[in-house]
Design a protein around this ligand. Structure first.
Ligand code: HH2
Length: 258
């Protein structure tokens, strides 16, 4: 899954794809490089971010989705029902909701009505405050139980279970240690029986484990190592900014697994 943030302020690529033309060109390039799907987002969820209005989010993503329709498989990274509805009308296939259907009570109905695919991600708190001293007794079992409950909720509201994937939410209300424990024990989340999506690309935990306690991002080399490790522990979808390099690394990792 390639990442195209149509935002001025995303944590690692803010501004790069803020113009619709740049976003469309990036999505096309990622698809040509081997991405199975490209995730289009119009709102940054980086730690400390405050969010944008429905109108502003639509203004950012609509022209990009319209240009890619029928050409590149896309997902919409949104927690808003109105944005998801418009995106699905414009051909998006998957709704990637970092709030796991807790942000907008109408979103589950949109996903169910349109028979879209859905990604449910774990987040502790909300982006504005989520990195303020996150604590867990056992991060892996708490995240797994949360995702299991969210899958049940979605299914109870009409979303087909075989359309749902789950995501531990690397960096969303977690310390570096929490993030690495989740990656290391990803098999527990995979045991829920749903495909596991992991977004660790460029995240600050990678820069921090390399020795910079104030890192805001991590380098490509570290992203690749984390993606391969996640794949080996059961991840089926990797959400990444550098598609070509990840396709190469994961192709080799898959050949080793056999
Ligand atoms: N991470 C980000 C955004 N959306 N969705 C899922 N399912 N999993 C993730 O780990 C995930 C996500 C944050 O990364 P990015 O989009 O690059 O930055 P920003 O939120 O600042 O736009």
């Amino acid at each position: 899954m390639g990442v195209v943030n149509v935002t001025p302020d995303s944590f690692s690529d803010g501004g790069v794809n803020y113009s619709a033309d740049d976003a469309v060109a990036s999505a096309r390039r990622m698809y040509a490089e081997g991405a199975a799907i490209v995730d289009i987002g119009g709102e940054s969820t980086r730690p400390g971010s405050a969010g944008v209005s429905v109108d502003e989010e639509l203004r950012r993503v609509e022209p990009v989705l319209a240009a890619l329709a029928g050409e590149v498989p896309v997902s919409i990274d949104t927690a808003k029902a109105a944005v998801a509805r418009r995106a699905l009308d414009l051909g998006a296939e998957l709704v990637n909701d970092v709030t796991a259907l807790r942000g907008d009570p109408e979103l589950v109905e949109v996903v169910a009505d349109k028979q879209a695919f859905l990604c449910l991600m774990h987040m502790r708190g909300e982006p504005r405050t989520m990195q303020v001293d996150p604590t867990y007794d056992d991060v892996v079992s708490e995240v797994t139980a949360f995702l299991e409950e969210r899958v049940r909720f979605a299914v109870a509201h009409g979303v087909a279970e075989d359309r749902i994937c789950v995501d531990p939410g690397i960096g969303f209300g977690k310390t570096v240690e929490h993030n690495f424990e989740l990656l290391s024990r990803l098999d527990v989340i995979a045991s829920l029986g749903r495909p596991v999506l992991v977004g660790v690309s460029r995240k600050s935990s990678l820069g921090r484990i390399l020795g910079d306690p104030d890192a805001k991002t991590g380098p490509l080399s570290a992203s690749l190592a984390a993606a391969v490790a996640a794949y080996e522990r059961g991840a089926t979808i990797l959400r990444v900014h550098d598609v070509k390099e990840h396709v190469e690394a994961l192709t080799v990792a898959a050949a080793v697994v056999g």
